[in-house]
Every structure is written in structure tokens, then in C-alpha cells.
Ligand binder design. Structure first.
Ligand code: HEM
Length: 969
């Protein structure tokens, strides 16, 4: 047995420290080689633990002693301003962030770099626990029980809700127990159901199609323009509304990509014949590629959809281009203004669906008043589960769009369309929709998929890849079945649990569903351990995200098993919220994935680390099937705020730099406008050019930075036939703001306060003061701040007006309209900034973050929750459901044993990434190109350099790539 390493204990120690504080030892193992600063930090007990009340939250800001201990003088100096402190600690950035040799020489055991990383992880865990404690607000009428508890049990540890029962009208109502306590069993729990019911066997309705979106912010902070109470009224005066400030003006002034040669971009429509001379300038991220941009669109189509079959409510509303602020006074636009700005007053859009808008009633508990839901609610039209529903369907109609292979119904239908093409082409392409398929007219000619809306070459790419992957699994399973037809497949039928299911017994339909389980889990793994670690490219996040999946004991299975058992048994203590927090913190040890998928006899921790212990997990035991899930007292669905932070349209370039894998990949052959691949046009583009060439092109190209003035031109000028307006065009960037306003997302500053982040007090706070005063980037940021001020304006503040209940000032006084400025002074209307605008304006970010810290905090909470809540990712990740081959496939990233990547990227030995394995299986012709690729979402031509480098430098063999010409701008 290998001894437990530092990391093994870290999970446990962190779990305890975040609650109790760590007097003497420190959460970072600092005691053993404490420097003066660290000793001082410990002496003064400057270590924040989980807050008892909302107002005492952590805010990501630490005392000077902590900053000095974990990141030296530099970290201390950078504490000014509202931004998180941990990104300034040792080793949390690139090579320059590593501690100097003189400090390392004095370190006795771990040294400052480890302190820095562990300190960052500690603070991230603290945030996650506080988010679970303070930010869960369910709209499904379960919130009252969350506040008051039920039958003597505290709300945050409730595990079932009457609201999550199937209604009488549901076809499975009787099957789950009718009016009796409902429990899903038998056929209903074997696989992921089409509509997502019965994932949690005791809450059949949870996460299923057409459930309400949740919220992460207090209900009374939503819908600020309704001025629900005096406080919201104080916060915004009469300055905000659906079209206030004007969304198209915001789009044109703050979102438009500047073009030095507009006639070569033509509003994103490029040049005829995909001319190579086309040029649409955009700000590029050096360490993230276009595949990553389309990946996340592919993901969102699985997780949430406000639209029903590509439509909103049949009521056509104006979308702005009517007024602008001039010298802080709102004025109507003249024709000349309209022309100059390029906006369109005649655009219209169909209004957002609202599920309920009757008055929400309030509840008083412990002397405090609560709303029991948001004033308006909205519906998620797909399953909230990570179940690959964009591929396989989420209701009867979308299910009918999925085409199975008539020759082998276990497979998805793929057609041969590129005769004599590359090896991968032989695996086929998705068929196009045909007459009689249940689709909207605008989806005609698109490739068949369950989720067809906003289709382009990017979604086409991933749907084709994962259809091939689905079939690859089926082929591998069939191969095994042919070799050992009487062998045990590992599968069991919950209706007949003792009966061994041999390979030969597995029906095509069952195999189809098993392949779906496998593909969904692979996708979740790719997103968690590969996409996100490149999105947040630094060491703490690499460790954190891998811990979410594998746990920090990835290489120590027995320890992981033991901790899983500890976490599984960690049930309601007297302090319910503390129990939830401990659960979340300790889960970082064994990882969330697979929690509860093994069960051991009730022996203490040391006994669990026993190689001879017996796994008692039993398909006949409901508690074993379901025992790994934890919803933290609030049924799972995505919160409305999650959608806001996924409005990532600036990631997209206007033009794709098209290359060919077998003909000098360094050469850009064409510039294909994304819009020329929109909807049905994607089918031709895919078939003519082929999957591997698109993989190469999007794999090498950098995506757009998430920042101001970087929205794709084609999305600001999107033509859609379904629009009932004179222009039949829409500015999607402006629509992003309108939708958030329709759905009552709090504006930026309150949004941050609600999530436990520090507030801003002026637009100047956005400027990254780490940059030299005279640097071009700083100058650009200062110009953008001026534009923000011009668009949102300013007002004379009134210190008598309290503007939030989410926090207090440091001295305990209420936060007021003056935000710390003197009474009566002119202050920026920072409170009115739309949340999307605010997070795009965050120029100061942790190292390697493609997103802002505001978006990130939303992910911390919800990315963990969608794993914690899903039985198929926790206690039902078992051969009984996935088959033995399926479990291996997900665990090892494909058939056979795990393959290891060469070398030690960023200091870690790591397996060949799951997405790279998928690409190698589905496009073997890319083997050469992918050889040096460690993370599929890092531009394939980039030299990853040393320790989390962000430099745009060619890797060997790509020096001649045109993407590095003109300095790589
Ligand atoms: C060709 C590419 C794309 C097109 C044409 C497109 C178009 C659109 C349109 C028209 C809407 C508005 C729907 C409405 O509210 O009426 C929308 C919403 C949205 N888009 Fe995109 N988009 C594209 C790519 C992306 C990408 C790469 C992302 C990245 C995550 C993304 C994320 C979203 C999100 C989160 C919404 C809100 C969805 C909802 O309300 O349920 N889109 N998109």
C-alpha cells in the first residue's frame, strides 16, 4: 500500500479547517516551515472560516498577513480593489508567479509554491461551501420547506419533495407508486429516460424536461425593474427597464468589433467564394481554440433551453435603437444617429416565455420575511441533466428527430457521403432531415439531431463526432459479445437483479441506451477535466477540476474508496448547513464522480483502507442505487443566472480559417464565414470539406476573448426568416441583454454581492491597475471605461438610501447609494450595469482565465451541483447500468487500459485526454496532427511552453503557420 501523501490529508484538513479554523496548523500545512508572515497570520488567526450569516461572507478578500504569507509582498500590494486575492499567490500564474529561489531555499518541507496553490484551493473551497449555504433558491415551491424545515428535519438536508412527484396525468404515475410515496423502479431506472424523469429515484420529476429554472440569488433581488421593494427602488431609481438603457446602443457602443477594413468583413458575411482575403478582426485568446467555443454551445444545448422548438411567445416586441444618453441625458435618436451607430429601430423579437407571474407570497420565519419564489418564473424546455439530450432527445418530438440505423438499431444512422475520403470518413456522416421529420421549416436540410436550433458547422461538428463515438462503443461491445457471447456483461435488470445478463442477451435497444450513458459520461468528463482546465488555465484550477472528477486521490484507489464511504455516510447533523458544507468539502477528496458507487461495512476509516474489504453495493437496495446524490436541500435545476454567464457569443470568430489536414496544414486556404454555415448550409459545408479538415481548422484557430467590443459582427446582424419584423434581422448581442432583463437577472453589482463577491464603486474599478500606466492595453481599458460612463451615466448620490441586503459595509453599516463616496457626490451608475456587460468589462482576471471571476463563481456552485445531483454520475456509475465495458470506457477514456501522455505537462503525469482519444477514434487520420496536443482545446499549433504559459508561440513544425504571421494578432 502506498502511504497517504500530503494531498491525501489536505482534503481532510481542508474540510475541517474551513469550518473550525486551523489554529496552530493552518490549512496549508504552513506550520511546518512557517515564515515570519505565515506565523503572524496564524498568530492573529487571520484565516476565514465559513460564515454564519450572509453579511459575513468571505468575499475572496484576505488580510495583509495572509496575502504576504501566501504570495509575498506582491500579493499584499495587489489587494486593492474588488477582485479576488488568491490569483496573486505563489504559483497560481505562469512561471513568473513561482516563488524566487531564495525563498525556496529556506523552505523546510513544502515551500511557498505549495502554500500558494493550497491557499488558493482553500479559498475556492470556502467559496463553494458558502455558495451552497447561501445561494440555493428553488422556484418549484420547495423553498418554504428549505427555510422552515419539515417534520423536524432542517430544510438544507431534506432529500425528497412532494413537488418532485409525478403528477396524476403522467403516464408513469402508477408505476412509481401513484398517490403512495413515489419510488422509481424496474425499467424506469435502468437507463436515462427520454424526459429525464427518475434520475433521482425518489424525486421522479426532478431535472426533467419542462421543469422551472431555479435561482442563485435571493428572490427579492430579482426583477430589479419591478422595484419590488424600497431597496431595489433605491438601487436603481427609475433608470432601468426592459429597454433602459437602450440595448442596441449598448451593443453598438460596447460590443462591436472594430474593423479597419469593413468591406473585407461585410458585417461578418465575408467575401464571395469564402475568399481568403476576407478579414474580420477580433481580439483573440492565445490559449483557447474555436473548438472550445463550439463545444460550450454544444453543452448548453444539453443543459438548458428557454425556447420551445426554437420559438418564444408569439408577441413581437421592439428591441431598442431608440434612445441614447448624451451628456447624461436620455435623448431620442435622430436618423443620422441611427445611421452612424448602425443599429436598427425596426428589428423585433418574440417575447420570452414566462411560466408564472402571479404574485409570489411571502413567508415569515424566525422574524424574517421571505418570498417563496421569484415574481416571475421560466421553464427549462430540455432536461437539466448532463445526459447528452442534445444528441438523444428530451421529449417525444425531439426523440423522433434522432435517426437510428435500421440495420443495427443500437447505432445512430451515419451515411457514407465522402467516397474515397479519409479513414474517418468511412465511419460516416449524419443524415439530413427529411420530409415528415418533426422540424421547423428553418431547420430544413440540417443534419438530423434532437436539438437543431442555432445550428452551424460547430454544432454539426460535435454531433457528427459523438454519433461516431456512440457507434464506436456499440462496435466494441459487439466485438466482445462475439468473442464471449456467454460472458457476463456486468449489466443487471433492476426488475430481475439476480439474473446475470450475458453479452448475447443484450438487445439492440438496451445497447443503444448503454451507449448513451457512456457518451453522456464521457462528455461530462471532457468538460470537467479538459475543457474547463483550459478555460481556467492555472494550477489551482487544474487541481480543483480534476478533484471534482477523480478526487485528489486519483492514484490511491483505496484511500478514495474510504473517503467516498465517509462522505456517503455524512448525513444530517444537528447543523444542517454545516453537514452540507462538510459533504461538499470532503467530496474534494474522493471526487464527486462515482460517490456512493461502492458501499462498505460500517468500520472506521482505517478499516476502510483494507484491500480485502468487500463492496456491498446492491441493486436491490434503493439506498445504494440513489445513495450518492446530494441536492443540498434544493431540487436540482440550473438557475437563471447560470444562463447569463453562458452568454458567450464573443468566443466566436466571424470567419473560420479553413485548412486541410493532408495538404500543408500550415496554410489557410479559405476564410469561411460562420454565417455561411448557418442552419442547413452546415450540411453542405460538412460533407464537402469533411470532419477532419474542420477539426484541424477549428483546432488551430484561436477563439475570441470574452471582453468588450468583441462580439461577432454576424450575430449583431443575424438574418432569420422566422422573425416577424420589417428587417427580419436581430442583434443577438442586444438580445442577450433583453432576455436577462425579461427574466429578472439582477444587474451586475448586486449580482456580485449576491454571489459573495466584493462590489465595485465606480467604472474605474474595471481597469487592471497591474498594467503599466502607459501600456496600450491600459489605455484601451480606460477608453472603454469612458464609454461605459457615457452609456450608463451617473447621478448625485443619496447616502440615506440603503441599496442592498446582501451585505454590510466593513463597519457594519448598510451599503448605501453613495457606495462609500461622500454624500451628494456624482457617482457612476455602476448599479445599473447589465450583468453581461459587467463581466465582459472585467479586465483583471486570474491567470489563464478565459472567463471573468464573476462568471467563475457561478460555475463553482453549479458545475459541482450537476455532478452531485446525478445518480448516473455518482452511486449508479456501476457495471449494472453501464456494463463492464462502459465503466472501463469512461474510466480509461476508451477501450483497453489507460494511455499516458508523453512527458509531464505542467509538471503532471497525465492520461491522454478524453477528447483526444475521441478524436483519434473518430478521425484516425489526425493522429499525426494530434501527436503533440495535450489538451484538445488549446490551439493545436501553440507551444505550451513552461508552467501555464499563455504565449502565442508556434510549436515545432508550425513555425510557418499563417496564424503566427503579423505578430499573431
Ligand atoms: C452560430 C453560432 C450561434 C448562433 C447563430 C447563436 C444564436 C443565438 C440566438 C439567436 C439566441 C437567442 C435566442 C432567444 O432568446 O430568442 C441565442 C441564445 C443563446 N446563445 Fe447563442 N448562438 C450561437 C453560438 C453560441 C455559442 C458559441 C454560445 C456559447 C455558450 C451560445 C450561447 C447562447 C446562450 C447561453 C443563449 C441563451 C439560451 C437560452 O436562453 O436558453 N451561443 N443564441
Amino acid at each position: 500500500m502506498r502511504p497517504m501523501g500530503t494531498w491525501s490529508w489536505l482534503a481532510i484538513v481542508t474540510g475541517l479547517c474551513v469550518f473550525e479554523g486551523c489554529s496552530g496548523y493552518g490549512p496549508f500545512g504552513i506550520f511546518v516551515d512557517s515564515t515570519k508572515d505565515c506565523a503572524e497570520m496564524l498568530l492573529q488567526r487571520d484565516i476565514q472560516t465559513v460564515a454564519n450569516t450572509r453579511e459575513q461572507r468571505f468575499l475572496g478578500k484576505v488580510p495583509d498577513t495572509t496575502a504576504r504569507c501566501l504570495g509575498g509582498k506582491r500579493a499584499e500590494n495587489l489587494r486593492e480593489g474588488p477582485w479576488l486575492d488568491w490569483p496573486n499567490y505563489w504559483a497560481t500564474g505562469d512561471i513568473m508567479s513561482l516563488a524566487p529561489a531564495r525563498l525556496l531555499a529556506h523552505a523546510k518541507v513544502m515551500g511557498p509554491n505549495v502554500h500558494g496553490i493550497n491557499g488558493a484551493l482553500y479559498e475556492l473551497e470556502l467559496q463553494r461551501i458558502e455558495l451552497i449555504k447561501f445561494n440555493l433558491f428553488d422556484n418549484n415551491k420547495t423553498y418554504e420547506a428549505y427555510v422552515t424545515g419539515r417534520d423536524g428535519e432542517a430544510g438544507p438536508v431534506l432529500k425528497t419533495w412532494p413537488e418532485m412527484r409525478l403528477p396524476r396525468t403522467h403516464p408513469d404515475f402508477q408505476a412509481v407508486g401513484g398517490d403512495q410515496p413515489q419510488v422509481c423502479r424496474g425499467e424506469l431506472i435502468r437507463f436515462r429516460t427520454l424526459t429525464g424523469t427518475c434520475n433521482d429515484i425518489r424525486n421522479p420529476l426532478m431535472g426533467s424536461t419542462h421543469q422551472l429554472f431555479a435561482r442563485n440569488v435571493e428572490f427579492n433581488s430579482t426583477f430589479p425593474d419591478l422595484a419590488l421593494n424600497e431597496i431595489t427602488g433605491n438601487r436603481h431609481g427609475d433608470r432601468v427597464g426592459l429597454l433602459k438603457p437602450d440595448p442596441q446602443i449598448i451593443s453598438r457602443k460596447l460590443f462591436t468589433r472594430a474593423q479597419s477594413q469593413p468591406d473585407r468583413c461585410r458585417e461578418g458575411y465575408g467575401l464571395p467564394g469564402d475568399g481568403q482575403e476576407a478579414e474580420c478582426a477580433y481580439k483573440k485568446a492565445p490559449f483557447f481554440n474555436v473548438l472550445a467555443a463550439f463545444w460550450v454551445q454544444f453543452m448548453t444545448h444539453d443543459w438548458f433551453a428557454h425556447l420551445e422548438e426554437g420559438h418564444n411567445r408569439p408577441e413581437w416586441i421592439p428591441v431598442g435603437c431608440a434612445t441614447q444618453r448624451v451628456k447624461n441625458v436620455e435623448q431620442a435618436l435622430t436618423d443620422e444617429d441611427v445611421k452612424k451607430l448602425g443599429c436598427r429601430p425596426d428589428d423585433k423579437i418574440d417575447a420570452a416565455y414566462i411560466a408564472e407571474d402571479t404574485e409570489s407570497w411571502s413567508l415569515t420565519h424566525g422574524g424574517k420575511a421571505y418570498l417563496t419564489r421569484a415574481p416571475k418564473t421560466t421553464v427549462n424546455h430540455v432536461t437539466a441533466w448532463w445526459d447528452a439530450s442534445q444528441l438523444y432527445g428530451y421529449d417525444e418530438q425531439s426523440g423522433r428527430r434522432v435517426k437510428r440505423d435500421p440495420k443495427d438499431p443500437a447505432k445512430l444512422l451515419l451515411m457514407s457521403v465522402r467516397e474515397g475520403g479519409a479513414e474517418g470518413d468511412k465511419l460516416g456522416y449524419l443524415p439530413a432531415f427529411e420530409a415528415g421529420d418533426p422540424i421547423n421549416p428553418e431547420w430544413s436540410w440540417q443534419e438530423a439531431s434532437a436539438f437543431p436550433d442555432n445550428w452551424s458547422i460547430g454544432t454539426s461538428f460535435y454531433h457528427n463526432v459523438f454519433a461516431r463515438e456512440h457507434n464506436a462503443f456499440v462496435d466494441a461491445f459487439r466485438k466482445l459479445a462475439a468473442l464471449t457471447p456467454d460472458g457476463d456483461s456486468g449489466l443487471r435488470d433492476p426488475a430481475n437483479p439476480d439474473h446475470v445478463i450475458r453479452y448475447r442477451d443484450v438487445t439492440p435497444n438496451e445497447l443503444f441506451e448503454i451507449a448513451r450513458l457512456v457518451v453522456a459520461a464521457e462528455i461530462a468528463k471532457i468538460h470537467t477535466t479538459e475543457w474547463t482546465t483550459q478555460l481556467l488555465y492555472n494550477e489551482p484550477l487544474n487541481r480543483g477540476m480534476n478533484a471534482n472528477w477523480h478526487g485528489v486521490f486519483a492514484e490511491q484507489q483505496m484511500v478514495a474508496d474510504a473517503l467516498k464511504e465517509v462522505v456517503r455516510r455524512l448525513d444530517g447533523t444537528n447543523d444542517a448547513k454545516k453537514a452540507n458544507g462538510l459533504y461538499a468539502a470532503l467530496a474534494g477528496g474522493p471526487g464527486i464522480f462515482g460517490l456512493g458507487s461502492r458501499v462498505y461495512e460500517g468500520v472506521p476509516l482505517i478499516g476502510l483502507i483494507d484491500p480485502n474489504k468487500v463492496d456491498l453495493w446492491d441493486l436491490k437496495n434503493d439506498d445504494h442505487i440513489n445513495g450518492g446524490v446530494n441536492h443540498f436541500g434544493s431540487p436540482f435545476n440550473f438557475p437563471e443566472e447560470f444562463i447569463t454567464v453562458y452568454r458567450l457569443h464573443p468566443l466566436l470568430p466571424d470567419l473560420i480559417e479553413y485548412r486541410e489536414w493532408n495538404k500543408e496544414p500550415n496554410v489557410i486556404r479559405q476564410k469561411v464565414p460562420v454565417i455561411e454555415t448557418f442552419r442547413g448550409k452546415a450540411t453542405g459545408a460538412m460533407r464537402q470539406k469533411g470532419l477532419a479538415n474542420w477539426a484541424l481548422s477549428m483546432g488551430r484557430q484561436r477563439l475570441g476573448l470574452l471582453t468588450l467590443q468583441n462580439h461577432p459582427q454576424f450575430l449583431q446582424n443575424l438574418k432569420m426568416n422566422r422573425l416577424q419584423s420589417p428587417t427580419q434581422q436581430i442583434d443577438v448581442a442586444a438580445l442577450d441583454l433583453i432576455r436577462d432583463r425579461e427574466r429578472g437577472v439582477p444587474r451586475y453589482n448586486e449580482f456580485r454581492r449576491q454571489y459573495g463577491l466584493e462590489q465595485l464603486t465606480s467604472f474605474d474599478d474595471f481597469v487592471d491597475t497591474r498594467l503599466p500606466q502607459d501600456s496600450p492595453s491600459r489605455h484601451e481599458q480606460e477608453q472603454l471605461v469612458k464609454s461605459l460612463r457615457e452609456v450608463y451615466g451617473w447621478h448625485q448620490c443619496d447616502a440615506s438610501k440603503k441599496i442592498t441586503e446582501a451585505r454590510l459595509n466593513d463597519d457594519g453599516s448598510p451599503v448605501n447609494d453613495c457606495l462609500g463616496h461622500p454624500q451628494g457626490s456624482l457617482i457612476d451608475n455602476i448599479e445599473d450595469v447589465d450583468t453581461v456587460v459587467g463581466w465582459l468589462a472585467e479586465f483583471r482576471r486570474p491567470h489563464g482565465f478565459a472567463i471573468s471571476e464573476t462568471q467563475f463563481v457561478v460555475f463553482i456552485l453549479n458545475a459541482s451541483r450537476r455532478l452531485f445531483s446525478d445518480r448516473f454520475f455518482t452511486s449508479s456509475f456501476r457495471p449494472e447500468f453501464y456494463s463492464t465495458l462502459g465503466v472501463e470506457w469512461v474510466t480509461n477514456n476508451g477501450p483497453g487500459s489507460e494511455m499516458m501522455e508523453q512527458g509531464k505537462p505542467n509538471g503532471h503525469q497525465q492520461p491522454v485526454s478524453p477528447m483526444k482519444r475521441v478524436l483519434l477514434r473518430t478521425m484516425p487520420e489526425l493522429a499525426g496532427e494530434l501527436q503533440g496536443v495535450v489538451n484538445v482545446f488549446d490551439p493545436w499549433v501553440r507551444d505550451r511552453g513552461e508552467y501555464y504559459s499563455l504565449q502565442w508561440k508556434p510549436r515545432a513544425g508550425a513555425e510557418g503557420d499563417e496564424a503566427f504571421a503579423t505578430g499573431g494578432r
